[in-house]
Design a protein around this ligand. Structure first.
Ligand SMILES: [Zn+2]
Length: 263
């Protein structure tokens, strides 16, 4: 089974399903989004989408409780339309007190039968805001936590995430985008910490992708990051650079199927 472990809700939903069919992707772990760059009609639209994204990644947008709730309802609509094709991860605001965090997770993740929490897009120096998210994971049967780990996170931030992962050894922690430009040091942490995993989407270069999937194949999950990645190209990259078909199969689906109990 081929599973895209990381893409966002894109409209129209039917187009995404068509693209999955065309690329031979059976299921997608779907994430909500607070903006829709795929709807850009011209470069000026793209530019304003990217300005929003940069503010988001810089932590300038705050917890955005209302925006996130709208995003979760878009996600739920998509999953209800295609329950056999989508597995959902839901956004949770970081930095809230413990009680409202647990309440948010109960209402938005548990009640909606979502499988994990994320994508967390924090600014550099903000990793401590995830503390209550890890506690919530522990409360709710070790919900996996998916964290954007490309720019603007530094290796210090990634190290702080890995410390949290060590403190909560039952919680699966997925570092998005192979750790970005800090990929080399990140792989060392992945080898050391059993509950720390890597997502391949937005890989830094094909050289980096090839080096990592063949070094720690059991710890990598294939991801596309639609609308930023293309399904067929992303899948082809793993197929082209995996040294054996066993490695390709593990990365393209078996690993995440095992982690999330996908049948
Ligand atoms: Zn990301």
């Amino acid at each position: 089974m081929i599973i895209d472990g990381h893409s966002h809700v894109t409209f129209p939903i039917q187009e995404h399903i068509k693209a999955m069919d065309a690329a031979g992707i059976d299921k997608t772990v779907l994430f909500s989004t607070t903006f829709h760059p795929e709807a850009s009609k011209n470069f000026a639209d793209v530019q304003s989408s990217m300005e929003f994204l940069n503010d988001l990644l810089a932590g300038k947008k705050g917890s955005m409780v209302e925006v996130r709730q709208k995003a979760v309802s878009e996600l739920m609509d998509a999953i209800k339309q295609y329950p056999n094709r989508y597995i959902g991860f839901g956004a949770v605001p970081a930095g809230l007190e413990l009680k409202p965090t647990l309440q948010y997770v109960a209402e938005n993740i548990q009640n909606n039968h979502l499988t994990g929490m994320g994508e967390f897009t924090l600014g550099s120096g903000q990793i401590h805001l995830l503390k209550n998210i890890f506690r919530a994971s522990q409360e709710f049967h070790n919900l996996p936590i998916w964290i954007h780990a490309f720019f603007p996170l530094t290796f210090q931030d990634i190290k702080e995430i890995s410390e949290l992962a060590k403190d909560y050894p039952e919680t699966p922690v997925i570092l998005g985008h192979l750790g970005g430009s800090n990929w080399l040091e990140t792989v060392a942490l992945i080898k050391e910490i059993s509950n720390l995993y890597l997502d391949t989407s937005a890989y830094y270069s094909t050289f980096v992708l090839a080096s990592i999937i063949n070094e720690v194949p059991e710890k990598c999950f294939f991801g596309v990051d639609r609308p930023f990645g293309d399904l067929q190209l992303s899948k082809n990259a793993v197929l082209q650079f995996a040294k054996t078909s066993a490695i390709a199969n593990a990365v393209l689906g078996e690993n995440i199927a095992r982690l999330l109990n996908i049948e």
